[in-house]
Design a protein around this ligand. Structure first.
Ligand SMILES: Nc1ncnc2c1ncn2[C@@H]1O[C@H](COP(=O)(O)OP(=O)(O)O)[C@@H](O)[C@H]1O
Ligand SMILES: [Mg+2]
Length: 377
């Protein structure tokens, strides 16, 4: 798509594959920017269906659904990297350039083994790994690594699809069917001192930006809250390597990067070729959100210099505590609420988040955790 970088067409028709909270927030950002945002997902109660009049029922993995959905659209993106990349490429045919990031980037990153090879190829430090084909490989991996983390090659999220293994007795609990598909990688257990995260963005013509480095705190392998900005002496060197990689693979859009800080080194934990939970703070803490930047990158608009509005920020995830459809929010919040519109809460389910900005990180976090307790979810 040829664009004048200083302007974009209003009412350009764009589409999102997938229907969850990431799709919903992409849609809201797109509408605010004057785009006509279509979305394809399976269920009429999906978070995105509630905010787009142009929602279509169907599956991005069904070629007929995808062909009819994408026919009249100028641009397409996805909220999950776990759709069938080859199927999408086939459905889009000569229009495959409409999709960003590309199916090539999607298929490299959706497979943890290929993703690790990609990182290695660009000299980006990450935990040592072994591709696991059969249960016996786990025994030999344990001998090499000692404590290790077994990860499904595809489809894992929020700790579903990862297992920490210390000894061969624990191997029995792994479902044997998974060795055939999607398979696993085994990764050395990294005793990190903290987990960090960063979002990079690259536009079609190669302009690149890094959002602020953040600290992300996981509870039961699920993002609990994010604080920032934080600094690390190794970050600029890492950013340089990433920018090289993004250019080399012609990556377009936002890329989410999860990191381990070992105290001495920054290691990449994993990549997500899309907007990411650890970037939600950007909706209120920055001059442009990760969702805005993702669209700008896909539209090949001039990316604005990323600026933090206040000294510090916090993003507190609202995570379900019980099974209920009678959820309640406190009347008064000092932060900005982003509710995902899910019909019922379940333990561990991401229901929404609240963003806070202010002069002091510690106060924001304390306030956020206090206010989270007032939710009945
Ligand atoms: N190699 C590792 N060493 C130590 N902890 C790990 C390792 N890999 C993952 N973890 C922990 O498990 C969490 C979930 O793993 P991750 O690979 O990010 O999968 P998911 O797709 O579920 O987010 C991480 O955020 C981290 O806390
Ligand atoms: Mg993760």
């Amino acid at each position: 798509m040829k664009q004048n970088k200083s302007h974009h067409h209003l009412a350009l028709k764009v589409g999102i594959l997938g229907g969850g909270q990431l799709a919903r927030m992409l849609a809201l950002s797109g509408f605010a920017r004057g785009l006509e945002v279509h979305a394809l997902s399976e269920n009429p109660t999906d978070p995105v269906a509630q905010v787009s009049h142009f929602w279509v029922q169907g599956s991005p993995d069904n070629q007929a659904d995808l062909v009819s959905f994408s026919k009249h659209l100028d641009l397409l993106t996805f909220e999950s990297e776990f759709f069938n990349a080859a199927g999408i490429e086939k459905s889009l045919g000569r229009h495959k350039k409409k999709l960003f990031p590309s199916t090539k980037c999607m298929s490299m990153i959706q497979d943890r083994a290929k993703q690790k090879v990609l990182l290695d190829d660009f000299g980006i430090p990450t935990a040592p790994f072994i591709v696991v084909h059969e249960p016996e490989d786990l025994i030999s991996s344990l001998k090499v690594f000692g404590p290790m983390v077994l990860k499904k090659r595809q489809g894992g999220y929020d700790g579903n699809g990862t297992w920490v293994l210390h000894n061969p007795n624990q191997i029995a609990k792994i479902d044997k069917k998974l060795f055939l598909a999607p398979g696993f990688i085994a990764e050395k257990f990294i005793p990190f001192s903290r987990e960090l995260a960063v979002m990079f963005v690259r536009s079609r013509s190669g302009q690149k930006q890094a959002l602020p480095l953040t600290k992300s705190v996981q509870k039961s392998s699920r993002c609990d809250y994010v604080l920032g900005p934080v600094s690390h002496s190794g970050f600029l060197a890492l950013q340089k390597k990433f920018f090289k990689m993004l250019d080399a693979i012609d990556y377009v859009g936002v890329l989410g990067v999860e990191l381990f800080d070992t105290g001495t080194q920054l290691l990449v934990n994993e990549l997500a070729p899309r907007v990411h939970n650890s970037g939600h703070y950007s909706q209120n803490a920055l001059n442009s959100s990760q969702f805005d930047l993702h669209w700008m990158a896909g539209l090949d608009l001039e990316l604005p210099e990323v600026q933090i509005q206040e000294k510090a920020f916090a993003m507190i995830n609202l995570i379900g505590r019980k099974n209920t459809s009678r959820m309640k929010a406190p009347n008064a919040l000092s932060g900005q609420l982003h509710w995902y519109g899910k019909g019922e809460s379940r333990p561990g389910r991401k229901m929404g988040h609240v963003n806070y900005s202010g002069p002091e990180i510690k106060k924001l976090l304390a306030q956020g955790l206090r206010e989270r307790n007032l939710f009945r979810i």
